[in-house]
Design a protein around this ligand. Structure first.
Ligand code: ATP
Ligand code: MG
Length: 408
């Protein structure tokens, strides 16, 4: 049997990037031989094994053929007579279809190295169209390597467009899509992921609510960039620039969905877009079965981001309602993420990227003021049950009024 490194490990070594996970392909071996050597089989789907000592992945060379819709509709053929070249041709991009042996001898039948040098993401063969997930993968790699100057080959974009228009994208499971989306959002240039999906028509299929924001104007006085789609991309870019977690990035992407619903006669104003957008945010959340913390933050940011921007004008009672909506006394971290998302929203405006966001500190101070109300003295005064709740609320309101006065 012969063993080669493949995929990301080869690509990233040639790019001079640190290699994190190493995938290997094994040519000329049977499952029985692998098991006899102590490899542990993983997953029921493919002939993949873990090394007995290192735990790294070793896959038997295989060919694949599409036999139906979606990813379930794949049959594969793994046997000792499958060659390295046959295994490499089923892969998505030429830069992912190179292999090297222990002496770093490169096997590169589909010219991955040439495309690496030309900074091009190009599909290996027409079989690319057999798995719609590749549309998302290519967009993710475009986001990851945008800083190195990579772009998607014209013919590949064309195939991605065909896949998007064919209805195949709908066959993707929420789990597979979310895995790609969440990884793409954590790249340094996540807005490129959305741009590429839009360029091939996949955004309209996967997230029509986001796609609808392009071409929708906002008032130039608050939004010099005017276009709501362009704004959303900038907010996402700011979130990456400021190293925000996935929850914040997801909320940034979805915060303005309501603006896509505004009747044209009302443009460029977007009255009540915050509350109108909630049902759209919920729909996107559920479509991809986003994790609970991502779902929650996206809804809260959607509903309250304008409160964040107007923080200094809010009445004490509105401040208290805001803090209570966030359950800030028990969930301080989530409130911090809300403040971060609001700040990214404010910075995601053309020419205003460096402007400070005093609203965040002001709201932190308000939370501290409300939190400083002690419950013990109220208990000692004999309050209990719903009356205790009311008394705490009254005291918090008093504290917020004092805070507002002290800050003005
Ligand atoms: P990363 O750095 O994100 O791990 P990678 O290229 O190693 O990048 P993996 O998901 O680990 O990506 O997959 C390893 C290799 O398997 C890829 O380089 C590619 O050759 C192939 N591959 C993975 N998923 C697909 C797919 N859906 N279609 C075609 N080839 C794929
Ligand atoms: Mg990998």
């Amino acid at each position: 049997m012969r063993i080669y490194k493949v995929g990301g490990a080869v690509r990233d070594r040639l790019l001079g990037i640190a290699v994190t996970d190493i995938d290997r392909v094994v040519v000329g071996a049977t499952t029985e031989e692998m098991l006899a050597k102590g490899f542990r089989p993983v997953g029921a789907d493919f002939p993949v094994f873990l090394h007995p000592k290192t735990g790294e992945e070793y896959a038997l060379a295989r060919t694949e053929r599409k036999s139906g819709r979606g990813y379930g509709g794949f049959t594969f053929h793994a046997s000792p007579d499958v060659t390295l070249e046959e295994d490499l041709i089923r892969r998505d991009l030429t830069i992912n279809a190179m292999a090297e042996d222990d002496e770093q001898n490169l096997t590169d039948p589909y010219h991955g190295q040439r495309d690496l040098e030309a900074r091009i993401l190009r599909h290996v063969s027409p079989a690319f169209a057999e798995d719609p997930l590749r549309v998302l993968r290519v967009a993710r790699f475009a986001a990851r390597y945008a800083e190195l100057g990579f772009t998607v080959a014209t013919e590949t974009l064309k195939l991605m467009r065909q896949l998007s228009e064919s209805g195949e994208l709908q066959a993707l499971t929420a789990e597979r899509s979310w895995k790609e989306i969440s990884r793409a959002l954590m790249e340094n240039q996540p807005q490129v992921f959305i741009e590429v999906l839009r360029a091939c028509g996949a955004l309209k299929v996967l997230m029509p609510e986001v796609d609808a924001l392009f071409g929708v104007p906002q008032p130039a006085i608050h939004h010099p960039e005017i276009d709501t789609g362009a704004h959303t991309l900038s907010v996402l870019q700011q979130a990456a620039h400021h190293k925000q977690p996935l929850t914040v990035r997801w909320a940034c992407l979805l915060h303005d969905l309501g603006k896509g619903l505004t009747p044209e006669e009302q443009w460029p104003r977007h009255i009540a877009h915050e509350s109108k957008g909630l049902k759209l945010i919920k729909a996107v959340n559920e479509r991809f079965k986003a994790p609970r913390d991502c779902q929650e933050l996206a809804l809260l940011v959607g509903e309250y981001h304008t409160h964040g921007h107007r923080a200094l004008e809010l009445k004490a009672s509105t401040l208290l309602e805001l803090l209570q909506s966030f359950d800030v006394f028990r969930r301080p971290q989530r409130f911090e993420e809300f403040l971060a998302a609001c700040e990214m929203d404010a910075r995601g405006r053309k020419g205003l990227e460096e402007r400070s966001y005093p609203q965040a500190d002001y709201l932190r101070g308000a939370a501290t003021a409300a939190r400083s109300v002690a419950v013990q003295p109220l208990l000692e005064q004999g309050f209990k049950g719903p009356e205790l709740g009311e008394a705490i609320k009254r005291e918090r309101l008093k504290a917020l009024k004092a805070y507002k006065e002290a800050s003005s």
